[in-house]
Write a protein that binds this ligand. Structure first.
Ligand code: GLA
Length: 697
């Protein structure tokens, strides 16, 4: 991102997708002058313009793109230029029907929407490569262009294809993973249900729809891996063409927790990480605000803590949910700056000017249908001024001592069919644990469980059903070296091939946790089981007679063996396992810096107070505190710190309805005025308080 920031004169990026091809050229000069008025300094151009740029195979029409890039440059607006491969033109799909996507039922998904191509199609890949080459050759030296936007939201609509071409590509992928059929048979457990393969040609994508029978689970898991890799290959090929011709940074926009794409792998291939985030109305206002924070925390982690770019969000309503509420006054500002707080060095929108035609004409934009005499436009201009005032923040980092271990392969594995309970959902558990930390003022990263954990003091493992040997060893060594690990139920159950780890659950963690579960018993929807909480847990509200009664739901299990050095913090007080442990903690020998590590296990779905109390307790025991020292974290209050060598930037957001006094001193960059400690942040408001860091003596 630093290279882009430099081209923007050190400013944070502000702007959005700009689709000038949807408008007569006579509108363009007005666009540029309104962009200047709003403080726009970066726009993404050409994302969906393949059909206009290449009207017939190999015939390019770059005239309009030349003119708009020149105009933008003259207006001082930089460009994130797309290679336009996101949606092939109808002529390509029409000439190459085999390039279209086929779903699990064998139905061809035709063109007329977007991304209607098979990721393995040679016709698509060749045409996308030729187009990319032509665009980069033409514009690599254009002074407006500061970065490259390859494709758009890979796999949003075509995350997997079941056609013949894909079947062949899947076999090749499998041959690279398993050099022999014997290995494949063993990994897929094909002795079960007479599935043994004798010839590679017999191997297929999992075309068995779930309503018929259960497809082989490892075949399904490998198909998810293949499908993510296949689109990653498309990206790699196009990015390579760009890199061969231009030294500018290359990205493609992610969709945070998008199940089909393993973004840990994808992130390795980006020069800068960018992301699109939209509020989901169904989550409710507080849930959607939390979702934003969680998404941004993931994206920062994918960027390995480096600044990233918010490529898209919305100024107000979207068009693709069943009901699309507008953003209330101040909501857009809080949303945009929340991404910045969590490490974004820019906030861009979809899109600049609201469309008149097409499927997204009811999607909000920076310049609404109503024009400039509108509240939305005024808020956009005000936000442009805020973003400009935050230039000093560029390059600084948001740091966390807590991380949630997260793995896409586990996600694919845990949500396969024929499991103990349909209620065991990876994202719901991750979301819940993250939200409780967020509501209590802790900043939290995400981390791949195989990667270096040494920057953390606490690693939470709410849901890691599939756990590789490396990940198990990594987490154990983290705890042995003084780290705190908290593991949620139905984690560590299977290995990389989705084979059960034998000898008692959770097989990957039995040694670390000092427990051994014999049997699971998921609970029926709505059922709860009473729990007895040990006074040692001392978790807060219920002791004062407030809060939820301690109950478990969703899941119970028989932890039949507990090692002598393991404390039982919570037990089942009813149900079939009455009297047996439900939550345990093992304190390990003192590790790094003589802090003893600890390994906690949560064997049922705890109520909110108890789970929050337990997580806060685990953090406190590890020496990790909330961002601000407050007696209790106010409802709807969010605070995050970005830091560089010289300055700490406290971003404080009051999404709630009561004023919140802030204990910090410095200058509020948004107003330019001093911030005295104890000054209250009014409801709906944001402050970014810059405080010089005093060098250690
Ligand atoms: C995605 C796409 C955009 C647009 C928006 C609408 O993020 O990348 O092209 O469709 O959704 O919200």
């Amino acid at each position: 991102m630093a290279k882009v920031t430099e081209r923007l004169g050190g400013a944070l990026a502000f702007g959005g997708d700009y689709n000038p091809e949807q408008w007569p050229e006579s509108v363009w000069p007005e666009d540029v002058s309104l962009m200047q008025e709003a403080g726009v300094n970066l726009v993404s151009v050409g994302i969906f313009s393949w059909a206009l740029l290449e009207p017939a195979p190999g015939q390019y029409d770059f005239g309009w793109l030349d003119r708009i890039l020149d105009l933008l440059h003259a207006g001082g607006i930089a460009v994130d230029l797309a290679n336009a491969s996101a949606t092939p033109p109808p002529w390509l799909s029409h000439r190459h029907p085999e390039s279209m996507l086929v779903d699990v039922d064998g139905v061809t998904r035709n063109y007329g929407g977007r991304q209607a191509f098979c990721p393995s199609s040679a016709a698509y890949r060749d045409a996308a490569a030729a187009l990319t080459t032509a665009i980069v050759d033409r514009y690599a030296a254009h002074p407006a262009v500061v970065m490259w936007h390859v494709h758009n939201e890979y796999g949003n609509h075509n995350w997997s294809c079941y056609c013949q071409v894909s079947a062949e590509a899947f076999r090749k992928w499998l041959q690279r993973r398993y050099s022999t059929l014997d290995e494949l048979n063993s990994a897929w457990g094909t002795t079960f249900w007479s599935q043994h393969y004798y010839d590679w040609a017999e191997v297929l994508p999992p075309r068995t729809p779930a309503y018929q029978t259960f497809a082989n689970p490892t075949q399904q898991l490998d198909f998810s891996r293949f499908s993510s890799d296949e689109l990653l290959d498309c990206y790699r090929a196009e990015a390579q063409i760009v890199r061969d011709r231009s030294g500018l940074p290359v990205t493609t926009n992610f969709m945070q927790f998008w199940k089909p794409m393993d973004y840990w792998r994808w992130s390795q291939e980006m020069d800068l990480i960018s992301n699109d985030h939209y509020r989901f109305a169904a989550l409710g206002p507080d849930g959607a605000t939390h979702d934003l924070a969680m998404a941004a925390d993931l994206v920062r982690s994918l960027a390995d803590d480096a600044p990233w770019l918010l490529m898209e969000h919305s100024t107000s309503a979207v068009n693709w949910q069943p009901r699309n509420p507008a953003k209330a006054p101040g909501q857009m500002r809080r949303d945009s700056l929340s991404h910045v707080a969590r490490g974004a060095d820019g906030a861009l929108f979809f899109q600049w000017r609201a469309s008149r035609a097409g499927a997204e004409k009811y999607h909000s934009a920076m310049l609404p249908h109503a024009g400039t005499d509108s509240r939305r436009w005024r808020e956009v201009c005000d936000l442009g001024a805020d973003i400009a005032a935050l230039a000093d923040v560029a390059g600084s980092r948001t740091r966390s001592r807590i991380a949630i271990a997260f793995d896409w392969h586990s996600w694919w594995g845990v949500e396969l069919d024929s499991h103990p309970s349909v209620d065991v959902d990876q994202m719901e558990r991750v979301r819940r644990w993250h939200r409780l930390l967020w509501q209590n003022g802790y900043t939290c990263d995400f981390v791949h469980p195989d990667r270096d954990l040494s920057r953390y003091q606490v690693v939470l493992v709410p849901a890691l059903y599939l756990c590789t040997d490396d990940a198990a060893a990594n987490l154990a060594s983290f705890a042995e070296n003084g780290g705190t690990v908290v593991v949620g139920y139905f984690s560590g159950i299977v290995d990389v091939d989705d084979h059960i780890r034998l000898g008692g659950y959770p097989g990957a963690f039995t040694d670390l946790l000092g427990i051994r579960t014999e049997e699971f018993s998921p609970m029926l929807a709505g059922d709860v089981v009473p729990l007895t909480v040990s006074p040692d847990l001392d978790y807060g509200p219920p002791e004062s007679g407030e809060g939820d009664p301690p109950v478990g739901s969703t899941w119970s299990e028989l932890i039949g063996r507990v090692e002598p050095d393991v404390e039982v913090l919570v037990s089942f007080a009813g149900g079939q396992w009455a009297g047996e442990p439900a939550v345990t903690r093992r304190v390990l020998a003192a590790g790094r810096g003589s802090v003893p590590g600890s390994a906690w296990y949560v064997g049922t779905e705890l109520g909110t107070d108890l789970l929050a109390g337990l997580l806060v307790k685990a953090c406190a025991a590890a020496g990790v505190q909330p961002v601000l020292d407050m007696e209790s974290w106010p409802a709807g209050f969010d605070a995050v710190v970005r830091e560089d060598e010289h300055t700490s930037y406290l971003f404080a957001f009051n999404h709630g309805s009561e004023a919140v006094p802030l204990v910090c001193e410095g200058t509020d960059l948004l107003t330019g005025k001093p911030w005295d400690t104890g000054t209250s942040l009014p409801p709906g408001q944001v402050a970014v308080v810059a405080t010089p860091l005093v060098a250690a003596p």
